[in-house]
Structure formats: C-alpha cells, structure tokens
Ligand binder design. Structure first.
Ligand SMILES: NC(=O)c1ccc[n+]([C@@H]2O[C@H](COP(=O)([O-])OP(=O)(O)OC[C@H]3O[C@@H](n4cnc5c(N)ncnc54)[C@H](O)[C@@H]3O)[C@@H](O)[C@H]2O)c1
Length: 451
C-alpha cells in the first residue's frame, strides 16, 4: 500500500476509493469511479444494501442494475459493512445523510459517526473528502478534530506560503450536485467545487475528482465550498417561494402564472424560470437552508430570506387542501367525508424518492380534515415506514376510467410522465392540478381546477 501519497498521487490510475454511504449520492459516485477504472469499495451501515450491491442489484430506480453487475463482475466495485477495510483505500469520500432533527436543527450524527468510524482506521497519506451538504465549518470543526484523534495531523492553513505545508493526511469538502432523474446532466458532466483544509489537501481532492467530472472548480477553503452548496440550494428555495407567492396572487387575480413564467422566460438574460408547486420536497431544498440559518445564529445573524421562503413554501400544502375544499364546495360537497384520489406521492416527477414529499403533508392535512383518500404512484406500490408520517402499508390503487370516476375529485400532486392526463380529465368528475400537468388537455377543461 502507498504510504507516501502526495497530492499528485491522486492523479494516478487504479486508485482504491472508499465511498461511505451508498445512497442516492454515494452509489452513482462509486459507479463513476469504477467506470474510470478505479477499484471502489462502498461502505454502508445497512447490511441489506451491501448484500444487494454485492449481488449486482440496484435499489434506486434510475441506477442501472447492469452497471452494478458489470463492475461487481470486473471487481471494480464491491460493498461492505466492515469499516476496518477503510485502511485499504487511498481516498475516502463521505456521502452520508445530513437531515434535520425534530426541532428542525442540523442532525450531524451520521457525519460524526462516520468520522468516528474512519479515525481508528485512518492511514498516513489518505485523502478524506466530505460530500454531505452541511453548514460552513463542519469539515474543520467537526470532522477534522475526530480524524486527528488518530494522532495524525492535517493543519488548517491557506495561502501561497502554505502550498507545501506538511500534512499526515488530506482533508477536503466537495459538495455533491446530483439531480436524480435528470437525463441531461449526469455526474460526469457536472462541475465539482472543491476546497481543502490546506493547499495540499485541495490539490489532492482536485486531482481525484478531475478524473471523473468534466471540470473541477477549486475554492480556497472547505468553508467556501460548504457555503457554495448552500447558496445553490437557498437560491432555489427562495426563488421557488417567490413564484409560489406570485401564484397565489395570480390565482386571486385570474392570471395564469404558468403563462406568465413562460412569457418572462423569453428574456434571454437576467431571468431564470422557477415553477410553483404543492410545496417543497426532496432531501435538499426543504432541509439545507436551515443548516445555514442555524449556524448564522452563532454569529447573531438572522437569515431573513431563508425564514421567509420557508414560511411561504411550508404554507403551500395547506393552500392545496384549501383549494380542494373550495373546488368541492363549488360542487356542493364538503371536504369532510369526500372521496379523493391523489396522483403521485414522490416528491417530484419520475423519481422513486419520497423524502419530504409535500404530498405526504397534503395527505396528513386531508386526514385531519376528515377527507377519505386513496393514492396512485407507479414508483410506490406501497408506502414504506416514514419518520414523520403514519401511512405505512397504504397501497397504490390502479388508475383506470372506472376507478377515476368513483372519486369526488382527483388531485394531481406529482406530474409523473407516465400518466395520461387527457384520459384522467375525461374520466374524473373534478381534477385539482397542482403542477399544470393538464396544460395540453383540450377536452373537459371545465373540470380542471388550477391550484
Ligand atoms: N439526494 C440528492 O439528490 C442529493 C443531492 C446533493 C447532495 N445531497 C447530499 O448528499 C448527502 C447524502 O444524501 P443521499 O441522498 O445520498 O442520502 P441516502 O439516504 O440516499 O444515502 C445515505 C446512505 O448512507 C448510509 N449511512 C447512514 N449512516 C451511515 C454511516 N454512519 N456509515 C455508513 N453509511 C451510512 C445509509 O444507509 C444510506 O445508504 C446528504 O448530505 C445530502 O444532503 C443529496
């Protein structure tokens, strides 16, 4: 094993790469390194996932089983729950969850546990990179001290005078920009921001990522890299809140907000379209901004845009339920006791991801207000156990003309591409559309309630 690794070492071929956390981020990254010819080991605490991976199976919809099988067969990829094997690798990339706790504060327990599992196995010259989204300071304040419990050192320094500062191991932060389901931009095409705890760490991390992505964007510190990721997600969160608020006004004014966004998008500079919806979903946008709000408090600073965007976006599922109530009222029906069919529980179209899905919130509010409902989602035949909601075991019902006609209203919560929206509008009594999915439907438009 190479114990004299210098930053340039990570430009080399056939590196041994360990990826900790084989989820939506870690697994594609592992396969990308395998594809580039490196020997990759996936480390995960979930023995079921490890078993499936070693059997060449995928548990994520858009990740191809064939690819996993191919790299398992060629011995470029394998998975394990044995963290002592971290000793064997050249680089360790951390892709574990960073959720919020019940008080909507950062839950860094996964990152902390991971650092603790690396520390006793850390080897001289290894490169460790945190990829999990988090607040500025996490790599230096949380991960570094735990890794240094190994007795090895990685000083926090910057500037040209420290270009070749002696280090025992390399430590960097490089945020993931994975967009599940995006067919235009895969991992290899997305530039990667990289910041090191010191210049040699930055160079080592840049060298390894340059092998698997089109462009590496170096920044001067781990904090700058951590903040860059949060800026990207806060930008989305705030702009989505802006269009959600404008949608509410447009509905009241009788203006079609979708038409307005399309028209504004024709401006070739200075405008970027964002689209309204039933609320925020996914692991990132509803969660990450609050990592920064929390950290800002340490500096007596209030992140008002984030709080305001949170307020507007959190209110959206309530708006959807109010709109369903109003639409039923127009048909002389009350929400209480009504029978509804909800289309789409995934947080966005064409993904098998339920995390923070606004549909679940809508279902919870509907339940509290006494509505009866079924759901359909081609990606979720059954709702699994969830941390915040109690819909475990609920099963997706078929969507056909007979079924659709039985409900008082059909709610389009997620606009999966596989739905035939014209047929849905034909057969349903009333359609509440939170995604403008019925924009091309010509027949029976009077049945559609935009929301
Ligand atoms: N999903 C996305 O689209 C996306 C995009 C950009 C950034 N991120 C960020 O990437 C990070 C990972 O997100 P994800 O979506 O891949 O999460 P995930 O839940 O899909 O995967 C995390 C994996 O880590 C494993 N794990 C948990 N604790 C562990 C531990 N102590 N040691 C080893 N493995 C452990 C879990 O079993 C799981 O397989 C998060 O910080 C997230 O914010 C996610």
């Amino acid at each position: 094993m190479a114990t004299d690794r210098r930053p340039e070492f990570f430009k080399g071929t056939q590196l041994k790469v360990g990826i900790i956390g084989c989820g939506y981020v870690g697994l594609p990254l592992a396969l990308r390194f395998a594809e580039a010819g490196h020997k990759v080991t996936g480390f995960d605490t979930d023995p079921e996932k490890v078993k499936m991976l070693n059997a060449g199976k995928s548990y994520i919809e858009h990740i191809s089983q064939n690819k996993i099988q191919q790299f398992v067969n060629s011995r470029h990829f394998g998975a394990t729950t044995d963290f002592t094997r971290l000793k064997e690798v050249d680089a360790i990339l951390i892709c574990v969850p960073t959720p919020l706790n019940d008080y909507r504060e950062p839950d860094l327990s996964y990152v902390e546990d991971t650092a603790k599992s690396i520390s006793p196995n850390l080897q001289r010259g290894q490169l460790v990179v945190l990829e999990s989204t988090t607040y500025p300071g996490t790599t230096e304040e949380l991960v570094l001290p735990i890794l240094e419990q190994s007795g090895l050192r990685c000083p926090i320094v910057s500037g040209p005078e420290n270009e070749n500062v002696p280090v025992d191991f390399f430590l960097a932060f490089s945020p993931e920009r994975e967009d599940p389901g995006n067919k235009q931009y895969g991992l290899a095409q997305i530039p990667k921001v990289v910041g090191g705890v010191n210049p040699p760490s930055g160079r080592a991390a840049q060298a390894i990522y340059a092998q698997v992505v089109s462009r590496v964007v170096p920044v001067s510190s781990t904090r700058a890299a951590e903040m860059a990721k949060l800026l990207e997600n806060i930008f989305r969160c705030v702009n989505i809140a802006l269009v959600n608020e404008l949608k509410l006004l447009c509905l009241r004014m009788g203006v079609d907000v979708w038409e307005v966004i399309e028209a504004a998008s024709s401006k070739p500079f200075g405008f970027m379209p964002f689209y309204p919806g039933p609320g925020l979903g996914g692991h990132c946008i509803p969660v990450d901004p609050f990592y920064l709000s929390w950290k800002a408090r340490e500096y007596d600073f209030s992140t008002r845009f984030i709080e305001l965007a949170g307020e507007v976006n959190t209110a959206m599922p309530y708006h959807v339920v109010d709109s369903i109530g109003a639409a039923l009222n127009d048909h002389k029906k009350s929400l209480k006791g009504s029978g509804l069919l909800i289309l789409g529980v995934a947080y966005k179209k064409d993904v098998d991801d339920l995390r923070e899905s606004p549909t679940l919130k809508i279902m919870e509010i509907l339940q509290k207000r006494g509505a009866e409902f079924d759901y359909n989602d081609p990606y979720f035949p059954r709702i699994p156990k969830l941390r915040h909601y109690d819909f475990e075991g609920m099963e997706s019902v078929p969507v056909n003309a007979d079924m659709l006609g039985k409900y008082d209203a059909v709610i389009i919560a997620t606009d999966h591409s596989s739905y035939d929206y014209a047929a849905i509008v034909d057969a349903a009594k009333l359609v509440v559309d939170t995604r403008n999915a019925t924009r091309r439907v010509v027949r029976h438009r009077h049945k559609i309630v935009p929301c």
